[in-house]
Design a protein around this ligand. Structure first.
Ligand code: FAD
Length: 491
């Protein structure tokens, strides 16, 4: 099924419990904190359902249409088709939706290639994958335990309650879970929340190892949103990115929530709870999406950097042109890393299926985590003080006398005053606003802290091959003669 934006918006009016500070949000599709973001997701669905884009956005199986990102790849061509779909979808939001509907869907699609990994719960996972693609579901995920749950010694103290989501009881119908998980980006706008563990758990953390998915509108489940940047954006003129693309982040609280057995994918198994991301193609499919999204975001930033340099009249200065060339080279590099993941795809984890090259995917992920702040800083440097030299807001246009002066004194040979005001407002929303700051934090942490991301590259590296090269040189390095004082046989 390919659902439309209208159908998506309709489904959000389901009684979900969302808190913004002390306020309970009744309808996220109309509330000024979330309505534009909801419309942005609706536009995503409309673009995907557009018959003119069908070849890119969908595939057919047994006479039914499904979103392309549910396709399980059996060839490099299939992977390329998935990539193209991710790219065109990311372009709708300039790469500023990290957890768009194609993100978690890709994780679950990757898992569905190896249902046997889930042993006695394999059917649950397969049924969930089928349900997701048949309903064209938007799932968010919360797969990190809150910071208050990481100090095991605290549990020894009297009255310290572990705040992490865990199983507190089992019934014939399912498990009862209580506690919190972080940090569901897009959760406020999603149909379901996938809950699990991306960080390794200790063997004793049996109750926390629960992995499941539940509709957002489930009794006992509430979302605690951070501050809304959309609400503070005022209009698209004042903050063009925050006004449309504030995808939301929320803590997820479970208070005695019943999770039916058929929605449980891992239970009492800390190793499997984390392993499902890296021992199935989940990480490869899901994080390839992140690489593609990052590349699109970088294209916007490179374009902005150049436009700002033009507006400031600095673009012909050799040092500035060199900076722009460096940014453009970075953009080409991540595109090459994406193409490489397809060209060097792996037949894994079972014969007949292929996945994006995992080492290259992790390399792209790490590169993004390490580079984003530096890229933003470069664009910021090019902006100079222009971002803070404009009148406070667009109401300047309502005062003819002031507006005339603005037009006279703020223009430059490279653009009118109003054009410059618009450009620098966009620039501020990408490098300096609270929305921009959130994105710096997002790119640093969305796949886990950097030491976790580098740990994936460490795990997957072919150390035997690397060591063999070093050892081959060492083997050739013979002393020119016998070692003094040591019999030749003992050397
Ligand atoms: C904007 C945003 C959106 C997010 N969206 C999601 C989402 O949709 N779903 C989801 O599940 N999670 C999401 N996350 C959460 C993210 O997964 C976590 O923030 C991330 O795992 C890091 O955990 P933490 O914030 O508790 O930081 P910590 O783990 O507390 O790390 C804080 C700092 O300490 C350092 N540190 C801690 N321990 C070590 C160590 N052992 N060795 C070296 N350094 C260490 C880290 O490198 C980091 O610099 C999001 C985060 C952000 C910022």
């Amino acid at each position: 099924m390919l659902r439309t934006g209208t159908e998506y918006l309709e489904s959000l009016r389901d009684g979900r419990v969302v808190y913004l500070g002390g306020e309970r949000i009744e309808d996220v599709t109309t509330h000024p904190a979330f309505r534009n973001a909801a419309r942005t997701i609706a536009e995503f669905y409309d673009a995907k359902a557009d018959p003119a884009r069908r070849d890119v956005m969908a595939y057919e199986e047994d006479g039914e249409l499904f979103s392309m990102y549910y396709k399980r790849a059996t060839s490099a061509g299939d992977l390329a088709a998935r990539t193209r779909c991710h790219r065109e979808l990311a372009e709708l939001s300039y790469g500023f939706l990290g957890r768009s509907p194609d993100y978690i869907a890709s994780f679950v699609t990757g898992m569905s290639i190896l249902p046997g990994f889930f042993e006695e719960r394999a059917e649950n996972l397969t049924a969930f994958y089928e349900h997701m693609r048949k309903t064209d579901m938007y799932a968010a995920h919360a797969i990190v335990s809150p910071q208050g749950s990481r100090d095991a010694s605290a549990y020894q103290q009297a009255n310290y309650e572990n705040p992490s989501c865990r199983v507190v009881a089992e019934t014939d119908e399912g498990v009862i879970v209580s506690g919190m998980k972080m940090l569901a980006t897009g959760g406020v706008l999603a149909d379901e929340i996938w809950v699990g563990n991306i960080l390794p758990l200790s063997p004793e953390a049996q109750a926390e190892s629960i992995t499941f998915s539940m509709p957002v509108a489930t009794p006992g489940l509430s979302l605690w949103s951070r501050k809304s940047y959309e609400r503070e954006a005022v209009s698209e003129f004042e903050a063009p990115m925050a006004a449309r693309f504030d995808e939301t982040d929320a803590m997820v609280l479970f208070e005695n929530v019943l999770v039916p057995w058929e929605r449980v994918f891992v239970h009492n198994d800390p190793m499997r709870s984390r392993g499902l991301y890296i021992q199935t193609p989940a990480h490869s499919y899901g994080n390839h999406h992140s690489n593609v999204r990052f590349a699109v975001k970088l294209q916007l930033l490179v374009g902005l950097a150049s436009r700002v340099a033009q507006a400031n009249g600095a673009h012909k200065v050799p040092a500035v042109a060199e900076t722009l060339g460096r940014l453009a080279a970075m953009e080409a590099l991540i595109d090459a890393v994406i193409a490489g993941q397809i060209q060097a795809c792996e037949e894994w984890p079972v014969p007949g299926y292929v996945t994006y090259n995992r080492r290259m995917m992790y390399a792209g992920l790490n590169w993004g985590v390490e580079s984003y702040s530096a890229i933003i800083d470069t664009v910021r440097t090019l902006c100079g003080g222009g971002v803070l030299q404009m009148p406070a807001d667009g109401t300047i246009a309502q005062n003819p006398e002031l507006f005339e002066k603005f037009r006279t004194y703020w223009h430059s040979p490279n653009g009118s005053a109003l054009d410059r005001m618009k450009l620098f407002k966009l620039a501020w929303d990408l490098v300096g606003s609270e929305f921009a700051g959130r994105h710096q934090q997002y790119e640093k942490f969305f796949p886990g802290a950097s030491f976790i991301v580098r740990g994936h590259s460490f795990r997957e590296a072919p150390w035997d091959r690397f060591h063999a090269m070093v050892d081959g040189i060492l083997d050739r390095m013979e002393l020119p003669g016998p070692v003094a004082g040591v019999p030749e046989a003992a050397e």
